[in-house]
Design a protein around this ligand. Sequence first.
Ligand code: NAD
Length: 500
Amino acid sequence: MATAFAPKALKNYINGEWVEARSGKAIENRNPANRDELVGMFPASGPEDVAQAVDAAKAAYKKWRLTPAPKRAEILFRAAEILVNRKEDYSRDMTREMGKVLAETRGDVQEAIDMTYLMAGEGRRQFGHTTPSELPNKFAMAVRVPVGVAGMITPWNFPMAIPSWKAMPALVCGNTVVLKPAEDTPLSTYNLAQVLAEAGLPPGVFNVVFGDGPGAGAPMLANPGVDLVSFTGSTEVGRIVSQACAPTFKKCHLEMGGKNIIIVMDDANLDLAIEGAVWGGFGTTGQRCTAASRVAVQKGVYREFVEKFVERAKALKVGDGLDPATQMGPCINEQQLKTVMSYVEIGRNEGAKLATGGHRLEGGAHARGWFHEPTVFVDCDRKMRICQEEIFGPVVSVIPFDSFDDAIAIANGVNYGLSAAIYTRNVNHAFRAQRDLETGIVYVNAPTIGAETHLPFGGTKNTGNGHREAGLAALDFYSEWKTVYVDYSDRLQRAQIDNA
Ligand code: NAD
């Protein structure tokens, strides 16, 4: 169980030093499972702090881009080793500030470890192309070069994994970084900065500026010294980010909301599908961009599915994530809890049938936290708002359907396109589904969550703007292609003309 914990006073990390924000103001970081517990205080930074960090990153870029990639990678390998050694401490810190259960925060730190090792390996790859020239005595190749200063804005739900998904590929490609983490989870990013500093990153290569979105995020988007922006968060803020990047043509990567679905066919392994729907719907309290907030079930197994799924949801133990018996933690903050409660009201008013949950959990062990019951709506219509809009909480809507084609239409009938899953034993259905589902990620016989770091991650429609995080796809965002021709013929050779 919880050990004694002293609140931490965090500082910005700029040019290799821990510094206060110019404003001198600080913001509280409280435990969402127990708001009496102050996890720490972090700086309320503003435009001047951001400018200082961007200047530091710009200055450091001059040397870092020329540091051989395998040497950059050696620092990442060291960082990964440190993360391995501190995994348990950092997981506990994360549960305190974010609320998800320890098994999941361990997974979050593990994801950072995996990504760091993966990208460290890229120090000796980052392959380009060589190709024959159309002209004699001429050599042609395309090589990856860094972009410059990378600005990053991250959400609270994967507070160490997402910053590492962005920072590690950026660093190994030779960019320098200014990162603004989410207000609710500064400690995990602070821990990551500590690791990178100890691993030996030169001053200014990786900078962290804490603060809220308008105060510290917006100035980063407006700063002409930032060449590239990678954002993960809501679609609403993603639109602001995209517009703010446009005037100075910043390369911009957006990972945004989702309304993911699990499709359960009549021929599915039903117990496996139920297991997947519980994990997909209520893992991380439904606060995952890939959460399975919709489950579409074919009519032949609908009643049985609903009965067993509702039983499982009802039995989930909700509480403090540091307690090993807890299966689901709190919502991140009061605002998120209120959003969940408002969607329960919306669902009721729309005529969806509330099969379990629907209330805030209060009193006893829940008295000082932002807890909500695992909630299941059944007999839902695909057009209901609870089946269309991202709720980001422990609310799952179950929708009946007749045919495979209908299921695909339900799945695709939303404005998001992150993750979709199908449970079936029919190989034709499995293959048609992976072809026809309009999402960036498809699972067969597994829930909508469970991305691995060495594959591309991202979505279509209002979820993304065409780039991908993780895997080798990340290198494409954090580098530019430079095409190089070397003519060793000692004469003028004109492409498309002299080879005719
Ligand atoms: P959010 O959009 O409220 O905040 C994300 C970040 O943007 C925070 O750091 C915040 O401070 C910053 N921000 C807010 N306003 C800003 C502004 N005007 N200018 C610059 N920065 C600003 O999102 P959240 O509540 O932290 O996270 C939940 C959302 O993130 C959900 O919609 C979820 O689906 C999405 N998400 C997506 C992915 C993905 O990979 N697709 C992963 C995790 C979370």
